[in-house]
Design a protein around this ligand. Structure first.
Ligand code: AVI
Length: 319
């Protein structure tokens, strides 16, 4: 039987404090996690279907082309811990080859996981399943129902790129520690990483012709209006998404089209025309730089699989 566990959720007050610290900063910013309300998550799913957004389909191609080799490297009977599981589709595609002993779906809220994990349990009754609601980006203490043996963390989709390299290193160290709890030390990590490539390809992937990424970014303002009781006017802002070569990252911003004052419960801010709110970074790595990061975090025996154009890679690393 599936276990559903909700660990502590971020309270309303801490969400407000976090948002206001960013909106009141001299260069305003918000955490990318606020891009994902119900509509934001649907818009992200639509982004994954766009011709310009290559990461999702390229990663899927790598997994299907190298499925056997990946499965042999990882080995059967793992405790497969899917970080940011969402609809669980990526992990489910690996089940026939990986044959995990336990599947642990982790996402910010256990509610998001309920339907997907229940459906999956029905399809794969022999696999023990646990759904956990927690914010794994800052802390990684897994509940008791999660097996300690043979932990394999699964972090696909190049979400690691949404951390700064320093945050990514700290996060990888936490994963390394969490899979070394097993006395045998047989744990590992299977991760998707977006690779550095031509600026024109990256720019198009984050500023698509249909404007879906623009809608995804602008929808943040509607989310802020709800969370803060703010009065952002979506039509008074525009999406900016571009590759910053020097910092090897995509930057997403929202730019004020006109000078305006935005009010929220207990505060306000005047934005000049052209002033921006920094909403997301998406770092792009070279293969070697990412392997170095894994090694620095304490992983070893790294193996990587890529596509013929070397646009994306999947890595397996052991503890
Ligand atoms: C979730 N994450 C890996 C996506 C990315 O590519 O950084 C989020 C995204 N933002 C705009 N398009 C996609």
């Amino acid at each position: 039987m599936t276990q559903f566990i909700q660990l502590q959720e971020q309270g309303k007050q801490t969400i407000e404090d976090e948002l206001l610290a960013g909106l009141n900063a001299s260069c305003a910013y918000t955490s990318p996690k606020f891009l994902y309300d119900a509509l934001g998550s649907k818009l992200f799913e639509a982004i994954c279907e766009l011709p310009e957004y290559y990461p999702t389909r390229t990663e899927a191609e790598i997994f299907s082309r190298h499925a056997r080799d990946i499965a042999q490297t990882v080995g059967a009977g793992a405790t497969l811990i899917d970080l940011g599981a969402g609809n669980c589709a990526k992990a489910a595609r690996l089940f026939p080859q990986l044959q995990p002993a336990q599947y642990v779906a982790v996402d910010i809220s256990v509610e998001f996981l309920h339907e997907a994990v229940s459906r999956l349990q029905h399809r794969f009754p022999a696999i023990d399943m646990v759904a956990v609601g927690m914010d794994f980006s800052t802390e990684l203490v897994l509940p008791n129902g999660v097996r300690e043996e043979n932990r394999l963390f699964f972090y696909p989709g190049s979400s690691i790129g949404n951390f700064t390299p320093e945050q990514a290193l700290a996060f990888l160290r936490r994963l390394q520690a969490a899979c070394s709890q097993d006395e045998g030390g047989a744990g590992g990590l299977l991760i998707g990483v977006d690779l550095l490539k031509e600026k024109s390809i990256l720019d198009a992937a984050y500023d698509d012709a249909l404007g879906v990424t623009a809608s995804f970014n602008l929808n943040l303002l509607l989310h802020l209006n709800r969370l803060l009781g703010a009065d952002f006017d979506v039509r008074a802002w525009r999406h900016c998404g571009f590759f910053n070569r020097k910092l090897s990252r995509i930057e997403m911003h929202l730019e004020a089209v006109t000078k305006q004052t935005v009010r929220w419960a207990g505060g306000m801010r005047c934005f000049e025309q052209g002033e921006r709110i920094h909403t997301e970074n998406s770092y792009k790595y070279t293969q070697q730089d990412f392997i170095n990061l894994l090694t620095q975090a304490g992983f070893n025996n790294v193996r990587c699989w890529s596509d013929p154009q070397q646009w994306f890679m999947v890595c397996h690393a052991q503890t």
